[in-house]
Every structure is written in structure tokens, then in C-alpha cells.
Design a protein around this ligand. Structure first.
Ligand code: FAD
Length: 222
């Protein structure tokens, strides 16, 4: 498989970096091709605005989706879109920040997943542009696992991350695999060792995994 890792952490000595490096090592060791977008190292522009276009169809009123349709996006956006087209699977590696992903990754979605390239009615969900591709999020937290259970203080982490897994990835057609959560890696060296070995085990057979069963468009009469 061709696997793209979108990595969003500002510190090269972080545990997120260790997870990213482990993924590269294991996947390449299993004869997959790997590309990495290290968003902080790339100084990825996080904010979507007029500067994302080399030319505007309507300079008097900025309407982003209309401008995206003209396909006059800047080279940094086009380069990421080429990587997405190349990939059979994308792994998103990031820490949980304010119950979401770091802004730099949110900005990657805002700027890269343009219309109609990544979605257009009714080419969404299982009928979406990327329905032959897989996606997987790998997320570290500050809070411990019990806080992220259904009745925990914070609530179910998969519900917290539903906007990313369903609202962005599945919306654009990706087959979304079960997420990998790494709770509180900052607090125990033992847990970190275990997490790295669990990540390695999972990635060895990642190509055989079945995606999460989300609702299909036909269930809505489409
Ligand atoms: P790090 O602190 O970078 O790493 C942990 C430890 O791993 C370090 O001691 C490091 O030396 C060690 N390490 C690095 N490489 C290796 C290796 N190869 N082997 C073994 N150990 C290694 N948490 C929540 O739960 N919910 C939130 O909503 C939330 N919001 C946040 C918002 C912000 C703005 C910030 C900054 C943090 C927030 N947090 C939240 C906490 C955050 O999720 C955690 O701090 C983060 O996920 C921990 O991962 P890390 O990679 O940053 O850990």
C-alpha cells in the first residue's frame, strides 16, 4: 500500500513523533511506501483565506467553495492534494487539543479538502471521492482512559472525535478504520513502551482491517 502520514506535533522529541517514526519503520519494513507531511516542520499555513488562491473569480466577495471550484489554489495545497491522490491510506497522528486536533491539522482539512475535488453533492460518504482509500487517526491524550469512557468525566473519545472521523474523513468517502488512542503517554514510561509495541502489532496487518460501519447514502434514499 501507499501510505501517507499527516503528522501534527510541534516537538520532534514528543511521543507523537515516536508514534510517527514507529509507523514509518514498521510500514516500510512491511514493504509499504510511506510519505510524511510533517505540518509544523513544513510551516503549514493553518488559516484558510483569500491568499490560498493565485487568482480570484470574485475579488469583491470571497466565497471559498466557489473559488475552490476554479482550481486556482496555491502550490502548497496542490502538493498535499497530490499526496492524497497517491495514497491508499492516510494515517493522522496528533495530540488531542481542546477535544479536537491541533489547529494546524484543522487547517490542513480546511485548505486541502476542497470542493469538488474531495466532495460534491451527492458524492459524499460511501459514494464520496475517496471511497477506495482508508483513513486512520492515532491520537494521544492528556487525560487517562477512564475519563474518556461513555460515562466518564469527558465522555466517549470516539464521539468527541466524530467531527473528524465522520464529518471530514467519512464525508469525503474514506473507509475509516478503528482509531488508535494512546491515553496519558506523558505519565508512564511503561505505558509508552506498551503503546509503541501495540502500535507496531496493529500496523503489521493494517491492510487487512475492516472499516467502521457508518450509515450508507442509500439508507437516506440516495
Ligand atoms: P510528550 O509530552 O511529548 O511525550 C510524553 C513523553 O514521551 C515524554 O516524556 C517524552 O520524552 C517521551 N517519549 C518521546 N519519545 C519516546 C520514545 N520513543 N519512547 C518512549 N518515550 C518517549 N488532553 C486531553 O486529554 N484533552 C484535551 O482536550 C487536551 N487539550 C490540550 C490542549 C492543548 C493546547 C495542549 C497543549 C494540550 C492538551 N491536552 C489535552 C494534553 C495533550 O493531549 C497531551 O499533552 C498530549 O497528547 C501528550 O502527547 P505528546 O506527544 O505531546 O507527549
Amino acid at each position: 500500500m501507499k501510505i501517507l502520514i499527516i503528522y501534527a506535533h510541534p516537538e520532534p522529541k514528543s511521543f507523537n513523533n515516536a508514534l510517527k517514526e514507529k509507523a514509518k519503520e514498521v510500514l516500510e519494513g512491511n514493504k509499504h511506501e510511506v510519505q510524511i507531511s510533517d505540518l509544523y516542520a513544513m510551516k503549514w499555513k493553518a488559516v484558510a483565506d483569500k491568499a490560498d488562491f493565485t487568482e480570484l473569480k470574485d475579488p469583491s466577495f470571497f466565497k471559498m467553495q466557489m473559488e475552490q471550484k476554479e482550481e486556482k489554489m496555491t502550490e502548497d495545497i496542490k502538493a498535499e492534494q497530490k499526496k492524497v491522490e497517491w495514497a491508499d491510506m492516510i494515517i493522522f497522528q496528533f495530540p488531542l487539543w481542546w477535544f479536537s486536533c491541533p489547529a494546524i491539522l484543522k487547517g490542513w482539512f480546511d485548505r486541502v479538502f476542497s470542493t469538488p475535488w474531495s466532495y460534491s453533492w451527492p458524492k459524499i460518504y460511501d459514494q464520496g471521492s475517496f471511497s477506495k482509500k482508508k483513513a486512520l487517526i492515532s491520537v494521544t491524550t492528556g487525560g487517562p482512559q477512564p475519563m474518556y469512557q461513555e460515562r466518564g468525566l469527558n465522555g466517549n473519545l470516539s464521539k468527541i472525535l466524530y467531527p473528524i472521523m465522520h464529518g471530514a474523513l467519512y464525508f469525503c468517502g474514506f473507509q475509516v478504520l478503528q482509531p488508535s488512542y494512546w491515553f496519558s503517554p506523558a505519565h508512564s514510561d511503561e505505558a509508552r513502551k506498551m503503546y509503541l509495541s501495540q502500535w507496531e502489532e496493529r500496523l503489521k496487518n493494517i491492510e487487512k482491517e475492516e472499516p467502521i460501519k457508518f450509515h450508507k447514502m442509500e439508507e437516506y434514499g440516495q
